[in-house]
Design a protein around this ligand. Structure first.
Ligand SMILES: *Cc1c(COP(=O)(O)O)cnc(C)c1O
Length: 462
């Protein structure tokens, strides 16, 4: 009588009762693991019916472990960013300082005075928490923190310009990425877009000619992720402010500046071109300035709105502000981040600025040490000069000099794919026919794991 291959398959309950399945059940729960096991056994039976052979029980256990992890483990996971792009939107933007991490943890595990006025012993407002620090740092009259900068821009436009005309230069009708296009944001907020100037040149007179009694505001948007070079002209923020003040009839027109990245530090001190600061926009007299919390500020995801007190007070009263409100952990991380700026230690404490200011010799030393450690890994290894990018829609086209670890490989894309399948995944990039790793964005604590991942992947691909 021929051997019945189904006879060797464990039953569902027998499989789940195995001691080596217990850790899986403890981690993911009995019901979900049972569902995975049932589906796996069904698939194996179908395979046998189609002429396949029965796997051993130990093989089934390994497959169940792999499948359960693949289907049930939380999908959001740390990765190693070897791209050298410091504020990488796809990889989570700014890393938080130690102080910011601790501050988040403190309010996460305990009750807090999020909306409680301690001296008065009654209900307070969550909006007070970062406001004082923000106004001290920037010179603004008042501040409001919302969920992100897209929300900030939307809230400001809806409040100040719904049903009114918003004048903006054609060179600033940008798409930031991730579905944030200035014309769409304007349309959605109920404002009417009035484009002025040309792609490369917009003069003050272009704005002047477009102002009517229907004008609600002049919007200046940071070009973020692209740059116009050559024959160009732009009216400055200060010129727009002056122009509005000089309007001969009683107009209520606001000048709003969406800065995007919004740096508080002078980028020239780090070998970069000048990126206008938040303080510049306030000094230029903008009525409202908005920027992101997790780009060059180096804090949590947030949208920061600075401006005149009566405008910020009006924003705080909007029902939409409630929908855009920030979480307590965000406020805690933001305050801790701002404290570093107040102390004057931002460049040392905040990861984004530590990466920007990493000395070239240190980057080279680290890449060299990795090259030495991988000398016997079975691939061509070299050091190449390269450029790291700041990212986050700031300083497009500019790079910081770095030293790349370069791994030669006949199929660079296969190496990249295999690195992404590592745990934790490694995100590298290709330069010519090398796979390159930029030490600037690789944390010292990740170096050992990175080298092991490269070694393991090379061993499999060779
Ligand atoms: C990044 C950016 C935004 C969007 O900010 P989020 O914080 O991602 O919502 C808006 N405007 C400009 C100019 C930007 O660079």
């Amino acid at each position: 009588m021929p051997d019945n291959p189904y006879r060797h398959l464990p039953g569902l309950d027998a499989l789940l009762a195995r001691p080596d399945i217990l850790p899986l059940i403890n981690e993911f729960g009995r019901e979900p693991v049972r569902d995975e096991a049932r589906a796996l056994l069904d698939a194996i039976r179908a395979d046998i019916r189609a002429g396949g052979s029965a796997p051993s029980e130990d093989e089934i256990v390994v497959r169940l472990q792999d499948l359960t992890r693949a289907h049930l483990a939380p999908s959001l996971t740390p990765v190693i960013n070897a791209t050298g792009v410091i504020v990488h939107t796809n990889l989570g933007r700014a890393l938080l300082s130690d102080a910011a991490q601790q501050a988040m943890m403190a309010v996460a595990r305990s009750y807090s005075n999020l909306e409680y006025d301690l001296p008065a012993g009654k209900r307070g407002s969550r909006y007070v928490h970062a406001e004082d620090m923000l106004t001290r740092l920037t010179g603004a009259e008042a501040a409001l923190v919302v969920n992100n900068n897209a929300a900030a821009v939307n809230l400001v436009l809806r409040t100040l310009a719904a049903g009114k005309e918003v004048i903006i230069s054609r060179s600033e009708l940008v798409e930031i990425g991730g579905g944030f296009r200035i014309p769409d944001i304007l349309a959605q907020s109920g404002a009417i877009l009035v484009e002025v100037g040309t792609t490369n040149r917009t003069r003050l007179a272009d704005y002047e000619n477009a102002v009517t009694e229907r004008t609600g505001l002049l919007l200046k948007v940071h070009q973020s992720n692209y740059r116009i070079i050559g024959f160009t002209a732009e009216a400055t923020l200060a010129e727009l402010v002056q122009m509005v003040q000089d309007i001969p009839w009683p107009a209520s027109i606001h000048v709003v500046n969406d800065l995007g990245s919004g740096t508080l530090l002078d980028t020239r001190a780090y070998g970069l071109a000048y990126e206008p600061t938040v303080q510049d926009s306030i000094n230029a007299g903008a009525d409202v300035v908005t920027f992101s919390g997790d780009k060059l500020l180096g804090g949590p995801q947030a949208g920061i709105i600075l401006g005149r007190k009566e405008i910020i007070d009006e924003l705080k009263r909007q029902p939409l502000t409630r929908a855009y409100r920030v979480d307590k952990t965000t406020l805690a991380a933001l305050q801790a981040t701002l404290m570093a700026y107040l102390r004057g230690t931002a460049a040392e404490e905040i990861p984004v600025w530590r990466m920007i200011s990493a000395p070239a010799e240190e980057l080279e030393r680290r890449a060299r040490a990795w090259a030495n450690a991988l000398a016997d890994a079975g691939a061509r290894i070299e050091l190449l000069p390269g450029g790291s990018a700041v990212g986050g829609g700031s300083l497009p086209g500019q790079t910081l000099p770095t030293t790349l670890l370069a791994v030669g490989c006949p199929h660079p894309q296969r190496l990249l794919t295999a690195l992404r399948a590592c745990s934790p995944p490694v995100i590298a990039r290709v330069q010519e026919d090398w796979v390159v790793f930029d030490p600037r964005t690789i944390l010292p604590a990740q170096e050992k794991i990175l080298l092991k991942a490269i070694r393991d992947v090379l061993a499999i691909l060779q």
